[in-house]
Design a protein around this ligand. Structure first.
Ligand code: ATP
Length: 213
């Protein structure tokens, strides 16, 4: 379903970071692990169509992400890839509903309030539809960002350090939530992290090594 081949990345004059070839099956849950600076976020951004690699290929089903023109890739991402970051990155001047509308807009999809209500309900945010995002607790804001990522029923969910600043209880709650939602959408779930706690529940790992850099 997802395949990376011969991938490398380089920021400006920096030495290239090389990534091992890797395949993730439909519905599979896995981790990208490795020490700080080894390239976890970089790889996640490449897989998410946010960062052009120096070389190599990202295949999602039969689509080669970087063969697409930039605007086609943006639409493809909006329709097929759900991105979750450590911080929610919601737009404070908008309500929760309006934040989720942006995900439909950037995917080239029509506004669908019913679908927004459905996904908010799934994440126990049914009463927050018209709340401003600054009125949300941190946990609610994180779930709203997960709702935004799931809204368009993605084939793959990419989460970057979603548990880094959480205590053990909340760490497990967030991982369980991501796994439950990924199962619901039969989506592949890929979490980039150096949080060893997640390894207990998701044993499938792509280990990145500093030596590869
Ligand atoms: N925008 C950028 N410009 C230049 N170099 C960058 C940029 N982003 C990352 N790097 C460098 O690329 C390398 C990989 O960074 P990346 O953020 O992917 O690592 P990481 O494994 O996610 O680290 P961490 O676990 O600390 O978040 C590092 O050496 C970093 O300094």
């Amino acid at each position: 379903m997802l395949q990376i081949k011969g991938l490398s990345a380089a920021y400006s004059e920096q030495k290239a970071i090389h990534f091992p070839d890797w395949k993730v099956a439909k519905g599979e849950h896995c981790l990208i692990l490795g020490s700080s600076g080894c390239g976890k976020t970089t790889l996640l951004h490449i897989i998410g169509g946010l960062l052009q690699p120096k070389a190599g290929e990202v295949l999602l089903d039969n689509t080669s992400l970087y063969q697409l023109k930039a605007h086609q890739r943006d639409l493809y991402r909006g329709q097929n890839i759900g991105l979750i970051f450590q911080k929610p990155h919601l737009i404070d001047s908008l309500t929760v509903k309006e934040n989720l509308y942006t995900a439909q807009y950037f995917a080239g999809l029509p506004q669908d309030e019913k679908r927004i209500q459905e996904v908010l309900h799934e994440l126990n945010l049914g009463d927050k539809l018209n709340a401003r995002t600054f009125e949300l607790s941190q946990g609610e804001a994180q779930r709203a960002s997960i709702a935004r990522a799931l809204l368009n029923r993605p084939k793959v969910i990419l989460a970057d350090e979603p548990t880094a600043s959480l205590d053990d209880d909340n760490c497990h709650a967030v991982v369980q939530l991501l796994q439950r939602e990924a199962r619901l959408y039969q989506a592949a779930l890929i979490i980039a992290t150096h949080d060893q706690r997640i390894k207990e529940v998701i044993p499938e790992v792509l280990q990145l090594d500093k030596q590869l850099a």
